[in-house]
Design a protein around this ligand. Sequence first.
Ligand code: B4P
Length: 362
Amino acid sequence: MTSSAVFAGLAPRLKSQYNAALKAGSLHFTDSDEVELEDEATGIPFEVRYAPALAKKPTANKDSGSTASTADDSKPVDPFAPPYQQDLLVAEETVKEDDDDAGEGFVVLLNKFCVTPRHFLLVTKDFRKQTTPVSPLETFTAWSILKQLGSREKHLAFFNCGDESGASQPHKHLQFIPISTGMAPFDSYIDAHKPAKPQQPFQLPLPYANFTALIDPPSSASRSDLVAYLGQRFLELLDLMIDHRRRLSLSDPAALGLDAPTRGMRLSELSYNVVMTQQYLHLVPRRREKYTARASSDVDGGGEGAPGRTVSVNALGFAGMVLVKDEATLEVVKRVGVLEVLKEVGLPPLEFSDPQHAEDVG
Ligand code: B4P
């Protein structure tokens, strides 16, 4: 029978491989200062990472989808395709739902450009598009890794999907970072707003649309039960996002950048972020990738030069962790607050009335 453990022994391998890759110069760790910006209204302890050295990092060309090109510059290079850079390769495994399943190959790679030590990626071995939803087996594999690593140090997984999500690589990958404090910024807020019926997905009272499902599988669940359970939890959030977009496209098409109400949409064209811990899945649909500081409303008195500054937000933003690469942008975020940044890059919520209580949306 298939056991429920995948990528056994990952924690010590991540640690030793990270130290070796850093020493060999195969991996670029960027130092950052962490500024805590607690939101007064919600009490969420947002973290802003200020990493000026990252401003020099080459950015992926969204058309080519890669930070590198082949010698003739005509074909984009997929950094997540084999052969893998051996220093960054931590583990490979074919994960099967059960003994009869052919399974799916996954690779664990260290992030070559990390701001957090031991930031790593779970990559599909065969090319899968980043614009496809996380599959039940992928959700199970990510959750199993979180569970395994969590016995030593809490980790958080995230997924950027779509043009406006902060994603820069088209080859499917989920990312993982350790949470050294043991508490992710949204943990307490989610705990305080969880519904009476834990199986019900819910929306947190926030100024942007968001959907959360708690993860609490029966302890006796087999691997295939877990795959089905986790796949279902993710699908519930995807359903809510699609329904939310459908309703928004009729009531407020401009919020989706549409000129007129429409019923048409392609799943592969939707942008959203997913944050996952061992305890919950949190999905946030996206309107745009960057927040842009405005002159009049955002910058009241002083802040010259700040209008027009942009803050790129990926899934970590919706985990409560925002990255800025220059001081003027850091000042903008301090001034307007992280929630305002997130509100601008998310979609308006449709049901959001009582900020004291989460709304059941299931
Ligand atoms: P994507 O989903 O495509 O995009 P991303 O995480 O937003 O990273 P991006 O590349 O846009 O970098 P950014 O300057 O915004 O993820 C691709 C991942 O693959 C990235 O982690 C990338 O570094 C990694 N990668 C690229 N080429 C690689 C290769 N050859 N081998 C292995 N890995 C490769 O942000 C810079 C970094 O900071 C990113 O890692 C980002 O995830 C991280 N980050 C962002 N916000 C953060 C925060 N608040 N705290 C800590 N880290 C944060």
